[in-house]
Design a protein around this ligand. Sequence first.
Ligand code: AMP
Ligand code: MG
Length: 412
Amino acid sequence: MLSVETAIEKILSEIEPLGVERRDILSSLGRILAEDITTSRSNPPWDNSAMDGYALRCADTRGATPEKPSQLKVIYDLPAGSVPLRPIEKGEAVRIMTGAPVPEGADGVVMVEYTEKREGLVLVKKEVAPGENIRKKGEDFKEGDVVIEKGTLIRAFEVSMLATAGRPFVPVYQTPRVAVISTGDELVDIEESPSGGRIPDANGYALCAMVRECGCTPVHIGIARDNPEDLRSKLESAVSSDCIITSGGVSVGDYDLVKDVLRDMGSEMKFWKVAIKPGKPLAFGLIQGRPAFGLPGNPVSSIMAFEQFVRPALFRLSGRKEVFRRTFDAVLTGDVKKKPGRMNFLRGVMEYRDGRFYVTPLEGQGSGMISTLVRCNAYIVLPPESTGAKKGEVVKAQPVDWSLFYGGRPFL
Ligand code: AMP
Ligand code: MG
């Protein structure tokens, strides 16, 4: 059976980012930059004052103390947003505000707290060192620098940079539209009350939610019944999307139906089944060149398979540089058993204590157990050859979201 790593490689080798569109910087939030951003500006644009105070020639303050202040002539006021009227000469100072350009001739700024105002004059009560309280031109970034790299997720921080760098519009990758289809005669949609052996369609909603968490746009197609006609008609309405996800109908007995319909539609199956638990009966192929994932039907299996295989694919499609979740070493707080052969993902609770991560396996790892999904904040990752691990052993754990990093009290 295909290893998890090989399956991921095969999937990613088929996927390229979508096309590029232009966005204004505010609506670029959460999008992926499609080009390196270079700037035609330096920041700061000129040497400027880091403090409210007086710009001066440091040599004029040599030996100054509170008892023996230097006395300088104030030649003008310079608020932020103004330009210096003229250079300063020996014995002169300029009243300067934070952010204002440092006048030519000045090589330091003294904070207002160390000065005393007199009629047309200022008394400076300390020696000022060259460069003191001056922010140098280009110390943040220089004209021509790459300030954000292609493939970066645009957060508020990048928006700040784009605004400063003079880029009101930016090229971003198009947002993938991802079709989600549930399959099964036993499924009812959530408004209907399930009776007579029927169950609610959990996966359609869960997978749409996961698509959205990846920054993509879900296209909720709904439930396809277990017959070729319905499956085909639902798949046909899905092929205008950039990626197609189905759940159910890929386990041993059912797979023939999905496979036959896909083949009839001219799709190319790349593989079926991966050495992973849960999530083994994963099918991957291309329908009219678009990636298509047949996820298992059990709610937990479909979510796990999405996590490990679909998420990186959607990130690649979105143009992201980094597509994988990281795993961390964590100390196991209870024993876990496993049969060798498949890579296992167990739902767990991860926490950070005394400088280390700990992870607790949850009771109830069955692939229909949704309550343990709700309680988990991490997956425990056990390699294929492993036969389990004991309390106190270090294992790999993968946080599933930011909840691990929230809680407690500030700074404690
Ligand atoms: P299947 O692979 O179609 O045989 O489905 C495996 C198991 O998952 C069965 O017990 C199905 O009832 C269940 N299942 C399939 N699709 C869904 C779904 N969309 N929501 C909840 N359970 C499902
Ligand atoms: Mg089914």
